[in-house]
Design a protein around this ligand. Structure first.
Ligand SMILES: Cc1cc2nc3c(=O)[nH]c(=O)nc-3n(C[C@H](O)[C@H](O)[C@H](O)COP(=O)(O)O)c2cc1C
Length: 361
C-alpha cells in the first residue's frame, strides 16, 4: 500500500482575505486535491484568528463534498470545549449520514488563547478535561438510549417514551454512520491527547515537531492502544508537514520562498513556534547548535519544510520512516497561494502523483 497524501487546511490565509475569498479558495483547493488523488481534506476550526479564518469547517466540507469525487473530509478539529456536546453530536451524526464514509471526525481541546477568551475562559489550560467529558456525552447521545446527565461541565440527555407520556413523538436517527473514524490531534511531546486517543481506539494525527516527538506520539498512542486491548496499526497514523515541490531542489526552494508558505511562516508561524518552543526537536534533528532566534527562512526550507524535487522529497520521507517507523498519511499544510496558485498546485499534484504514490508503507 502506498503512503496516502492528505491536506490540512487551517487555512493560514493572509489576514486581509474575506470569508468569501477563503471559502472559494477552499473549494478550489478541494477540487485540485481530489483530481490529484488526495485521500483526506482536513479543515481546521478557529474563531478569532485572522490568519486561520474558518470558524465553520462543516460548511466548507458540505460545499466541497458534492464538487469532488473521492476526497474524504474531516473537521480537524471540532474544538469540543466550545460546543454544546449533545447538539454537536447530532450535527456531526447528521453530516456523517449525508456524506457516509467520505466524512470522519477530528476532535481537539483548542490550541489558541484568543478562542478561549472568546468563549469566556481565561486560557486554554482547563480545556482538555472538558474535551473528555464532552466526548462521553457525545458517545452517549449517539447510542440513542434515554439518559439524563449532569457532569462537571455539561448537562445533556436523550429523550425516551417515559419523558413524554401520551405524546410519543418519533426521534430522529442522527447517530454517525457505522464505524465512523474519530481522530485526535497531538502536539506536545508528552502528549495527553495521544494517550486518550489510544485508550479509546481513536486515530492519532500529529503536527511534526522532530523525530523524537513523532516517535513519542507513536509510542504513547500504541502503548495506550495495547493497554486497552486494541491493535495499533501504523497506517492509522497521520502527520502534517509543509511540502513544496518543483523540478529541481533550487527551483522548489526559490518558489517556496516567494510563496504564501514563506509569507505565513515569516509573519505568523515563526513567532508561534518560537513562543511555544516548537523548534526544539527540529533543531536537535538538524545537528546544528542554534537557538530558535538564530533560525532563518533558509533553515526552514532545509529542515522544517519538505522542499525539493520529487526525488529529494521522497528521500526525506524515506529517511524519516527509517528513523521513526512508518505512518499512513502525510498531510500537506495548506497556505495562501491565492495570488499565484499555479506553482503551489503543481507542487500538490506532484506530491500525490510522484512522491507518496511511490512510497510503500
Ligand atoms: C493536526 C492538528 C490539527 C489541529 N487543529 C486545530 C484547530 O483546528 N483548532 C485549534 O484550536 N487547535 C487545533 N490543534 C491544536 C489542538 O487544539 C491542541 O492544542 C493539541 O492537539 C494538543 O495536543 P497535546 O495533547 O499533544 O498537547 C490542532 C493540532 C493538530 C496536531
Amino acid at each position: 500500500m502506498a503512503l496516502r497524501a492528505g491536506i490540512f487546511h487551517t487555512p493560514y490565509n493572509k489576514p486581509h482575505r474575506t470569508p468569501l475569498e477563503m471559502f472559494e479558495w477552499s473549494l478550489d483547493l478541494a477540487r485540485t486535491c481530489d483530481e490529484a488523488g488526495y485521500k483526506d481534506f482536513l479543515v481546521g476550526e478557529h474563531y478569532t484568528l485572522a490568519r486561520e479564518n474558518i470558524p465553520v469547517p462543516e460548511a466548507v466540507i458540505a460545499a466541497a463534498a458534492p464538487m469532488t469525487k473521492t476526497l474524504r473530509f474531516a473537521p480537524m478539529a471540532h474544538l469540543l470545549p466550545y460546543h454544546n456536546p449533545a447538539t454537536l453530536a447530532v450535527r456531526i451524526g447528521w453530516l456523517s449520514r449525508v456524506l457516509g464514509d467520505r466524512y470522519y471526525l477530528g476532535v481537539a481541546p483548542g490550541g489558541h488563547h484568543t478562542d478561549a477568551i472568546l468563549n469566556g475562559f481565561d486560557g486554554i489550560g482547563g480545556l482538555p478535561e472538558r474535551q473528555l467529558e464532552a466526548l462521553d456525552v457525545m458517545q452517549q447521545v449517539w447510542k440513542r438510549e434515554p439518559f439524563k446527565f449532569k457532569g462537571n461541565f455539561y448537562q445533556a440527555g436523550f429523550p425516551g417514551p417515559d419523558d413524554m407520556p401520551g405524546y410519543n413523538v418519533e426521534i430522529a436517527d442522527n447517530s454517525p454512520h457505522p464505524g465512523m473514524e474519530i481522530a485526535v490531534t497531538g502536539l506536545s511531546t508528552k502528549s495527553p491527547s495521544m494517550k486518550f486517543a489510544g485508550e479509546r481506539n481513536y486515530s492519532p494525527i500529529s503536527f511534526f515537531g522532530g523525530t523524537a516527538q513523532m516517535k513519542a506520539h507513536w509510542d504513547t498512542w500504541s502503548a495506550a492502544m495495547e493497554a486497552s486491548g486494541h491493535t495499533p496499526d501504523r497506517k492509522r497514523f497521520t502527520i502534517c508537514r509543509e511540502v513544496f515541490i518543483a523540478d529541481t531542489d533550487a527551483e522548489a526552494k526559490r518558489r517556496a520562498l516567494s510563496s504564501g508558505l514563506a509569507e505565513s511562516w515569516e509573519k505568523y508561524l515563526f513567532p508561534i513556534y518560537k513562543k511555544f518552543d516548537l523548534f526544539a526537536g527540529i533543531i536537535a534533528d538538524s545537528g546544528k547548535d542554534l537557538t530558535p532566534d538564530q533560525l532563518d527562512m533558509d533553515f526552514l526550507a532545509e529542515h522544517v519544510w519538505l522542499c525539493g524535487s520529487p526525488e529529494t522529497v521522497a528521500e526525506k520521507i524515506e529517511t524519516l520512516i527509517d528513523q521513526v517507523g512508518s505512518f499512513g498519511q502525510l498531510c500537506v499544510n495548506s497556505h495562501d497561494y491565492i495570488d499565484d496558485p499555479a506553482p503551489a498546485k503543481e507542487s500538490l499534484q506532484r506530491f500525490a502523483q510522484e512522491v507518496t504514490a511511490k512510497i510503500e508503507i
